[in-house]
Design a protein around this ligand. Structure first.
Ligand SMILES: [Zn+2]
Length: 667
């Protein structure tokens, strides 16, 4: 594993937008801001290779030397994120095609078809040239491969993709008979007799074949991953040994982060929470931090981009209030990141992102509130080196797979589902009371967790079902929700009552469900109290499970809503509906307590806490107050030393509005 012994701080650096005189000013200001890492050259292809095969590295040589002389390490981009106009002119077959069948045009960024052989060849050639030239450069700490794969073009419907999809299917299924069986093509007369019968699933007259859509998503993930692997191979073939990563982007569902992490030394995220989301904003951030950390299954991860204030690509772009550049940076530390970086060092004076904030605003640095906050964070991080080698750990896992996300969101379901929206209440219930969690793939070894939550784990394989049963059998606690275990991994129902493979584990059987119309709720009777529930009601029968709650309203009143089943040495809970959030929070807290899992702290609702642990029992607690008011924290017996001001801290403490605290805990 990559050894990281400090917190890296900095941002994307795009010196090609500025004169060399400004570069020298940048070096001085980077030192002043505590910058020790920049991602360099992400969009430099046109400058590095202005004509096919003609390379201009002299300017990059100079800036790398300058950064090295000023003690700034570099995550050197392979510069392949956006091919230059000459490439698009010479290779019109590389132009991606949208779902409506119309080709995109050059003039923006990330302009290539994921299956373009010309793009794959040109991008891996440039990556190889970069690695040959800079594989031994002392400033180059890491390779930043490409940038935000799939951010704009994660699906392409061009003739090249059609043909490549047919080849991919032939490789996967070997015979059309197998494909017809897996895709269930007996329905609607969709049986194919030749691979060439398969078209891409866009612009259909009615619903598309769900199994075909799911395979198309797998195929596009695979296509983009192939581009990444080609660049990696080009770098490694030169003998360059620096660690490498590619940065994924907040909100993207198209790429399977667990799969991509296998090829990276660290995982990485670009984080763009919307400050206009109020209390939900920091929870959205926590979600993506947890997910990025979880992709790597214990590898360190990097926060590669966030903004110091506004972005420019929402309909209305709210700024980050004073103090929240800092709180959101400490959130990264709380959740286990080894770097805090921004897009970008200096806000551009032209181009499509000139209104995207930078570490240096258009205003300049003198009297700038943004630069003052940037400097404060950099100065503080110099005291927090110990966090670099410490990792965040959890005893609770949320079962999560991208294939499940893709399958859930395919249309022709009982109700239209947004994977993040259906996950959010269950995720929030944990983080709102500072119970650390990982996202865990259902194929993975589950034994390191004490509690597993499976919100809408819609698809399940026989092996995954066995994995869950073994976990509970051995004493684990599983909480599974409605619309779980319904299909196999190819959109085929497991027959015999939902969730057929897990009925013994859960002690229940579901025949029907009632997804609620917007605004509709029901009530559950639980412990003689009436509790609101929403979204969905499974109409279930218990076999061996005991009923915890029953519905109060509608024709299914009196039927079980929540159940509990003993299985082996463990327990399996089932939620046939979505309980009211406050009640859900308490319920999950009680369930976790059954397994000895507790909150890190007891605190006001705007407090986020994270624990990082390192060698020899060392551990550090990071506390962040996300609200503009003071907040109380009960450390529940923990004691330690504040690393920012060397104060000893015990038990109850008050955090200032937008305050943070980093506590080296007593062992
Ligand atoms: Zn294509």
């Amino acid at each position: 594993m990559l050894n990281i012994n400090k917190i890296y701080y900095g941002g994307d650096y795009n010196p090609e937008q500025w004169t060399e005189e400004i570069w020298r000013e940048d070096m001085r200001l980077m030192r002043e801001a505590g910058v020790n890492l920049v991602s360099l050259g992400i969009f430099s292809w046109a400058k590095l290779e202005p004509k096919p095969g003609l390379y201009q590295f002299d300017w990059l040589d100079r800036i790398l030397d300058l950064l090295h002389a000023n003690g700034v390490q570099v995550a050197l981009a392979t510069a392949t994120a956006s091919p230059p106009p000459w490439f698009s002119r010479l290779h019109p077959e590389s132009w991606p095609v949208a779902a409506d069948g119309i080709s995109y045009k050059p003039g923006s960024r990330q302009f290539y078809c994921p299956n373009s052989a010309a793009y794959r060849e040109a991008s891996s050639r440039l990556a190889g040239e970069m690695a040959r030239r800079y594989g031994q450069h002392p400033a180059v700490w890491m390779w930043h491969v490409n940038n935000e794969y799939g951010c704009h073009v994660h699906e392409c419907y061009c003739p090249v993709c059609t043909k490549t999809f047919q080849e991919w299917l032939r490789e996967r299924y070997k015979s059309v008979d197998v494909l017809n069986d897996v895709w269930g093509t007996a329905f609607w007369s969709l049986g194919i007799s030749d691979w060439a019968d398969v078209q891409l699933p866009n612009r259909t007259t009615s619903y598309r074949n769900p199994a075909q859509v799911l395979d198309f998503r797998r195929f596009m993930n695979h296509s983009l991953l192939n581009l990444f692997k080609a660049e990696i191979e080009a770098i490694r073939s030169t003998g360059a040994t620096q660690p490498l990563f590619t940065n994924s982007v907040f909100g993207l569902k198209a790429l399977d982060g667990f799969e991509w992490a296998k090829y990276q030394d660290v995982t990485a995220i670009d984080m763009y929470i919307d400050p206009a989301h109020g209390d939900q904003a920091w929870k959205d951030g926590a979600f993506w931090h947890d997910l990025t950390r979880s992709w790597g299954r214990g590898k360190p991860y990097l926060l590669v981009e966030q903004t110091t204030s506004q972005v420019n690509w929402r309909a209305v772009n709210s700024l980050k209030a004073p103090g929240t550049i800092r709180t959101l940076s400490y959130q990264a530390l709380a959740r286990g990141a080894s770097s805090v970086m921004f897009f970008q060092w200096r806000a551009s004076k032209s181009g499509a992102e000139k209104y995207h904030a930078g570490m240096i605003p258009h205003y300049g640095v003198d009297g700038s509130r943004i630069f003052a906050e940037v400097k404060q964070i950099g100065a503080e991080f110099a005291h927090l080196e110990r966090l670099g080698s410490q990792q965040a750990h959890a005893q609770v896992g949320i079962l999560f797979s991208y294939e499940n996300v893709w399958a859930l969101e395919i249309d022709s379901k009982p109700a239209q589902l947004d994977a993040w929206n259906v996950l959010r209440p269950w995720y929030n219930a944990l983080i709102e009371q500072n119970i650390p969690l990982d996202f865990i793939h259902p194929n993975d070894d589950l034994s390191r967790y004490k509690v597993l939550i499976a919100p809408l784990l819609y698809q399940i394989s026989e092996a995954q079902a066995e994995n869950l049963k073994s976990f509970v059998q051995a004493g684990g606690l599983l909480l599974m929700t409605y619309f779980s275990g319904v299909t196999d991994l190819n959109e085929r129902i497991w027959l015999g009552g939902y969730p057929a493979l897990l009925q013994n584990l859960l002690g229940i059987k579901v025949e029907e469900w009632q997804p609620f119309q917007p605004g509709k709720t029901n009530q559950m009777l639980v412990d003689d109290k009436s509790i609101s529930c929403s979204h969905w009601a499974d109409l279930l029968y218990t076999t061996t499970a005991e009923t915890i709650a029953t519905y109060i309203e509608d024709f299914y009143a009196g039927r079980p809503a929540l159940t509990r089943n003993r299985y082996g040495a463990g327990t399996a809970y089932y939620a046939g509906t979505l309980p009211d959030q406050a009640w859900l929070r308490n319920w999950i807290k009680k369930i976790c307590a059954e397994q000895g899992v507790e909150s890190l702290v007891e605190a006001d609702p705007d407090i986020e806490a994270g624990l990082r642990a390192g060698a020899y029992g060392s551990s550090t607690l990071v506390l962040v107050n996300h609200a503009n008011r003071t907040a109380q924290v009960d450390l529940m017996g923990k004691r330690g030393r504040s690393l920012l001001d060397e104060r000893p801290v015990t038990n109850n403490l008050t955090l200032d509005p937008y305050g943070v605290m980093v506590l080296e805990l007593e062992q």
